[in-house]
Design a protein around this ligand. Structure first.
Ligand SMILES: Nc1ncnc2c1ncn2[C@@H]1O[C@H](COP(=O)(O)OP(=O)(O)OP(=O)(O)O)[C@@H](O)[C@H]1O
Ligand SMILES: [Mg+2]
Length: 251
C-alpha cells in the first residue's frame, strides 16, 4: 500500500433512480491514485466513466462507498479539482479571456489578469483573448476548456474524453501539451478515453472497466520511459493486450 495516495475510492456504487426504475451505473469500484500519477480509464460506452469522474469531482454526491482526497472525504465540488468535459462547455457570449476569468474564485483583479494570461499561454492561446468560442476551432475551444480547468491550480485534473472530437493531428499536439502541463504542474491526472493508444501513451496506468454496471476489470501498469514511442514493440504489445481485455466480452 502506498502512502502517496491522493484519491482513494473504496467500494463505490452509484444508482440512478428514474421513473422507469433504478439503473445501477457503478458497483464495487475501489481505486487508489497516487499524487502526480496519470491514470487512464477505458471502457464501453455507458459503463459509468463520466459518472465516476463526476463523483470524484464532487458534482455528484449521491453514491454509496467512500471517496477521499488527501485523506478527507469529499463534500461537494472544490477548487482542488478541475474537470474538462468531452464538449468544451464554454459560454458562447463570453470571450476566451472572460470564459477563463469566470472560473476564477479567489484573488485580486491583478492576480486574475496574470493567471489568465499565464494559462492561455500554457495552452498556446496567447493572442486569442478577445475571440468568442464561435470563432475558435474545436481544438482551440478544448484548449480554452483546459486553461479554464487549470486556472485555479487544481491538484487533480479530471479529463473526460478531452480530445474526443478532434482530428488526429490536433489530438497528438494536445496530448503533448497536456503531458507538458502534467509534468510542470505535478497535477494528479484521471483521464477517460475511448482511444486505447492514447490511454497507453498518456498513462502510468490504464484501468479497463467492464460494461454497465461498471466495475474495474483489469489494470495495466505502463512502465515505459517517456516520451513514449508509439511504434515501439512493448508499446504495441500493451496496446494489444488492453484491446483484447476490452473486447473479451464482446466477441
Ligand atoms: N443523469 C442520469 N440519469 C439517469 N441515468 C443516467 C444518468 N447519467 C448516466 N446514466 C446512466 O448511467 C450509465 C453510465 O453513464 P455514463 O455517462 O457515466 O457512461 P460513460 O461510460 O461515460 O459512457 P460514454 O462512454 O458513452 O460517455 C448509463 O448507462 C446511463 O444509463
Ligand atoms: Mg461519458
Amino acid at each position: 500500500m502506498s502512502d502517496n495516495s491522493h484519491v482513494v475510492i473504496t467500494n463505490l456504487s452509484k444508482a440512478y433512480k428514474g421513473r422507469s426504475g433504478t439503473i445501477l451505473s457503478l458497483t464495487g469500484i475501489s481505486l487508489k491514485v497516487d499524487r502526480h500519477e496519470y491514470v487512464s480509464i477505458v471502457g464501453a460506452s455507458g459503463c459509468g466513466k463520466s459518472t465516476l469522474l463526476r463523483i470524484i469531482s464532487g458534482l455528484d454526491t449521491d453514491f454509496k462507498g467512500a471517496v477521499t482526497i488527501a485523506g478527507k472525504r469529499i463534500a461537494g465540488a472544490g477548487l482542488g479539482r478541475g474537470i474538462v468535459f468531452q464538449e468544451h462547455r464554454l459560454l458562447p457570449w463570453l470571450t476566451v479571456w472572460e470564459n477563463v476569468e469566470f472560473a476564477l474564485q479567489k484573488g485580486t483583479a491583478e492576480e486574475h489578469a496574470e493567471l489568465i494570461a499565464n494559462h492561455l499561454k500554457l495552452v498556446g492561446l496567447a493572442g486569442f483573448e478577445k475571440a468568442y468560442p464561435g470563432q475558435l476551432s474545436g481544438g482551440m475551444a478544448q484548449r480554452v476548456a483546459i486553461a479554464r480547468a487549470l486556472v485555479n491550480r487544481p491538484e487533480i485534473l479530471l479529463l473526460d474524453e478531452p480530445f474526443g472530437a478532434l482530428d488526429a493531428l490536433t489530438r497528438l499536439k494536445l496530448q503533448q501539451q497536456v503531458l507538458d502541463i502534467w509534468k510542470k504542474e505535478k497535477t494528479t491526472m484521471i483521464m477517460v478515453t475511448h482511444d486505447i493508444e492514447e490511454a497507453v501513451y498518456m498513462g502510468d496506468r490504464v484501468i479497463v472497466m467492464s460494461e454497465r454496471p461498471g466495475t474495474i476489470k483489469k489494470e495495466f501498469i505502463i512502465d515505459l520511459p517517456r516520451p513514449r514511442n508509439r511504434s515501439n514493440t512493448e508499446f504495441q504489445l500493451l496496446r494489444q493486450a488492453i484491446y483484447r481485455e476490452f473486447h473479451k466480452d464482446c466477441v
